[in-house]
Design a protein around this ligand. Sequence first.
Ligand code: ADP
Length: 450
Amino acid sequence: MTLRWRITLILAAVALAVSVSAAAAAYLSTASQLRSSIDDTLTSRATAVNSTDGREPDGGRGGHGGPGGAADPPGCPAAGQFQPAAAAQLVAADGTVTTCIDGAPTLPVTAQDRALAAGQTALRTVTVDGQDYRLLSTPWHDGGILQIARGLDESKTLLRRLSLQLLALVVVATAVPAALGWLIATRVTRPIVKLRDSTRHIAATLDLSEPVAVGGSGEVGSLAASFRTMVAAVARSREQQRRLVSDASHEMRTPLTSLRSNVELLGKIERLPEPERREVVADVLQDIDELSILLGELVELASDTAADAVEPVNLADLAAEVAARAQRRTRRPITVTARSPGEVIGSSRRLERAISNLVDNAVKYSADGAAVEITVDGTAVAVLDRGRGIAEDDRARIFDRFYRAVDVRSEPGSGLGLAIVEEIVRSHGGTVFAAPRDGGGSRVGFTLPG
Ligand code: ADP
């Protein structure tokens, strides 16, 4: 169910519950008031008739139950005295019933009514000839009882009319909030629907340049802004992947062409003299090595950084491990100077790879046997060498993918080593630097946030 329908139905349900309760309360209270008013009328009539013993208030003797002496019990009072009651009768102690209003129905008399002669007045609802009456029974002279009844038809009609009016009120009181709810929900959900349509469009077309055209400063506006940021990040990442694939295929062409011509030479290897044979095989192996290194570096660049475990990493310890390994491999003096050992939160595997790439470069671009130094100063790591140095123009570009200084292009390398360092450092929130070293050589490294 859509949000719009849900809001509308909730509002309608609340309005319905409130209006039905109010209508029920109004109906019940009116019904009870009507009954009390009928009861009050009957009681006041009975009291009036009893107080005059059935005589007319002007002193005349009412009733038509026969002449009344001082010793005779009074007969039926005049019919007018019972107004507005519809029926009245006297029930003598022996059970004789005398109807006091001409044409009025005879009211039912129960044993309980007869017991009233003891002195109590009782009210109840009775049905006579299919019609409901409110019946009052009260003691009369000589163990008799006087019964007065008023029809309930009039109050029933009133209540029926009231219930129709209340029903109309309930319908209006439910429909108006429901319609208002629909309008408000439409207004509130419009930007959400727009946002949904945008996301659907992007999912269907994969067109990340499509703007998410939802503004505003509310929750939906900020959701749309976050969504736009996410789409921009995905677009950037896709562009980077595209560039990586395109650069990689371009860079692979050189070693592949070389491999191809060397393999062609292998085809006529029997015709080649022994030293040339060995040279061709060595070239093929070197091409394969270069391709494997390039492939490894590409995989490293494209790998999912989120998959790496993040932990506290001691940069001085990490540098010492890299230095020991590089020293064993290159047989060069590689020292670590830790001015203040820095600890960062990150991936030790990737940070080790970054330091290792810097050390590999320092070894590669300096004279055989020359010493390399790693300094750790808090969270800044630098690798220093006494090699050829980096020209000022190159310094800004050496961290780009596949960039290599002109004077080293004849040497083995892919131009991805420093791009990997930059990628790792950036993913840890740090920055890279490359500077000339005092006294010659270079100082290349990075600074991480503490
Ligand atoms: P590669 O070493 O495979 O060429 P890198 O990305 O590691 O690729 O380095 C990019 C370029 O930066 C190198 O080609 C080189 O010109 C320059 N460079 C990097 N480190 C040094 C260094 N320690 N001394 C001199 N030049 C360097």
